[in-house]
Design a protein around this ligand. Sequence first.
Ligand SMILES: [Fe+2]
Length: 149
Amino acid sequence: MPTPITTDTKVIRGVTVRRDPAREPCFKVAQVHKEMHDYGDMSPAGRRERLHRHMHNEMQNLEIAAQSLSEFPDAPWELRLQLARQCWDETRHTQVVYRRLREIGGHKGEFPVMNYEYGVTCSCGSLIGRPGFTRRRCTVSRRLALRAG
Ligand SMILES: [Fe+2]
């Protein structure tokens, strides 16, 4: 399977990763973690920030799957089909979390977002390496969401 060659990169603290995907103007894109808001409690703002972050993670999962589908056109058909299905899954996850965010008074762009997962995962030149990283990150994200109640 050929490795995609991209110059679509950025450097963060000396590490080269994939450049941020496009975002609606309402989003403020952070480049390092200290620019993020982390309330660390169950205050209304803390709950909204966690849901906002979760929603954005689902968006990144969609973009990782879509980017991988695009960059590896010679991958086996069944794998490409699974990536396409993942795109649909991640779209629905994003919608569900976004709906919940609005129910508790939040909105898109209320907090900074960071495209860390996308930048790191899409820097991997191997399709085999990308899903494993994403799956582990999703599991962690779900655990955090469950803890948030
Ligand atoms: Fe998801």
